[in-house]
Design a protein around this ligand. Sequence first.
Ligand code: CU
Length: 324
Amino acid sequence: MKLSVNTVFLNHFLLQSVLNPASQQADRINRLFNYFNIAAAAMLLLVTFLVIYICIKLRGKKDDTNDPLQTSGNKKLEAVMIGGPALLLAFFFYQTVTTMNAVSLSVPKDRQPDVIITGHQWWWEVDYPAAHVVTANEVHLPVGKRLLMQMCSADVIHDWWVPELGNKMDLVPNQSNYLWLNINKPGIYTGACSEFCGAQHAWMRIKVIAQNEGDFNKWLAANTKEAIVPTDTLALKGAELFQSKTCASCHHIQGTEATSNIGPDLTHLASRDEILTGLMKNNESNLFKWVNNPQEVKPGAHMPDFNFSKDSVNAIVRYLEELK
Ligand SMILES: [Cu+2]
């Protein structure tokens, strides 16, 4: 288990960079960031040059006994020293305001969000209201469309940040915040909750799967379907246990009596690559570990230990693996 956790962990870190903008919004922010960098580098060079130049040129000579020449009041120099920074400030003020305007436009009254993201301790609920699709943790989004994301929280303040896709947005209880997003190129973009939100904050990772519109629509269509009804006996037993052993009171499986959103939607769990927001690969042995002893896998997670027999866990896992 150690190894699989570590590789997933590394991927999540290595892939995140503000220097690879992949959305229109990230492009704008990145351009502003570059302006600041260029100005700061020029300033550093200028000051360094002046310090060195003055040290060499104006240092005391061997036979100097008098104080150096004292001067004061140089109108031209003062004008440059006040005017220069003032111009720079004005330039950056203008650039910052236009960037903010381009990135965080206000939301027209009748514009419905394309996606509603709800932060939970410690996972993400992902709702596509127009298609009546709800899923969790892996956020599929189409490339080349202007998306409006509504950001909410079910408990405490969380913060959405996927560096390649641009700005952060807080998810605040009893309030909706909005994020505009035009993704430029397909890919997998990772991020993390960026506002400390409790014990497992560090394992509240974000995974955005940006797809061409065709692929995205295929995925969406597959996710509008109800969950598969299992056919083999072990999975059927698992489905029964799922409904009778309180799993159903926290999870949603479309087409069954499980309709709660205290935990992630599991309707198409088996179609996701990872579970527990990136903590583990989604496979039989990891699902077994999780259902068998959630508190050991993700301590503090809001899913209790059940003390199931090994057979019961096997049955449940078989069922979960059928939820394609
Ligand atoms: Cu969080």
